[in-house]
Write a protein that binds this ligand. Structure first.
Ligand code: PMT
Length: 235
């Protein structure tokens, strides 16, 4: 395997978040963490230092990764913002819950006829990173987000690419069975401002390698010297 990520630090988020309702219940989603863990494994195989910020999963993280376990979106945000400046590549595969419960009950909620939960939006970690990177005026780290979509995949990916100020969005169709959430396989399209790359269905480790190859190409394009303009003396 080419050691083309040697000397690089790759920060990856993986898994769902759990947003507590009371001491025994939470809101979450179907993410198993497999896509993010496959990215961590793939980056390690290419020689990178890997920081894995993981929501709750049943998986064993790669031993060589520095793994930070979190539960909620707010904890994931803190873990990512504390470390993002160490990274040369950031890939956000986590399925972060979009909402948390406003008033978490300190006691187990008793069964009653109906229960209303008031939800508040969580911070958008990827968009926050996009803004932070923009504010520093730097193009590094390469910033890649995912999009879990059930319709209008490309349109929604392009909208996230612009709105969250990222270098690429990896969009997957989470309405399809056998790929995406809680499966060993995936099929994705990598959308950048100038390209749309279809990656056919494969195991998540293989998909992860394709994403890393795209990330490296983005990096090369960012550092490629701008061709010198023709001066009038050359004419
Ligand atoms: O974990 P697996 O079972 O292997 O499944 C993999 C996956 C389907 C979860 C993964 O491939 C995937 O699509 N991850 C992104 C899921 C998601 O939350 O998509 P989104 O379209 O809601 O979010 C877009 C991007 O913003 C994502 O990079 C997400 O990490 C990020 N985000 C979202 C909400 C939020 N509050 N903060 C964020 O940073």
């Amino acid at each position: 395997m080419a050691q083309d990520l040697a000397g690089e630090t790759v920060l990856i988020t993986a898994g769902p978040t759990h947003e507590p309702i009371d001491p025994v219940r939470y809101l979450s989603n179907r993410s198993s963490g497999r896509m993010g863990y496959a990215l961590a494994e793939a980056a390690l195989r290419r020689g990178a230092k890997v920081i894995l910020v993981s929501g709750p999963t049943a998986l064993q993280p790669p031993a060589a990764a520095e793994t930070i376990f979190v539960e909620t979106a707010q904890q994931m945000r803190t873990a990512v913002l504390d470390r993002w400046e160490q990274a040369s590549f950031i890939i956000m595969a986590a399925a972060v819950a979009d909402y948390h419960v406003k008033n978490i009950s300190p006691e187990k909620i008793k069964r009653k006829a109906a229960l209303e939960l008031q939800l508040e939006p969580n911070p958008d970690i990827l968009a926050d990173l996009g803004s932070l990177r923009h504010a520093t005026g730097k193009r590094s780290p390469v910033l890649i987000g995912f999009a879990a979509e059930t319709e209008d995949l490309l349109e929604n990916a392009r909208s996230k690419l612009t709105r969250k100020r990222v270098d690429a969005i990896v969009v997957n169709d989470v309405a399809r069975t056998g790929i995406g959430f809680d499966s060993g396989r995936n099929e994705v399209t990598i959308v950048t401002p100038s390209e749309v790359m279809a990656v056919p269905e494969a195991g998540k480790l293989e998909i992860a390698q394709k994403i890393l190859e795209a990330a490296l190409r983005i990096r090369q394009q960012q550092v490629a010297p701008v061709p010198a303009s023709t001066s009038s003396a050359d004419l």
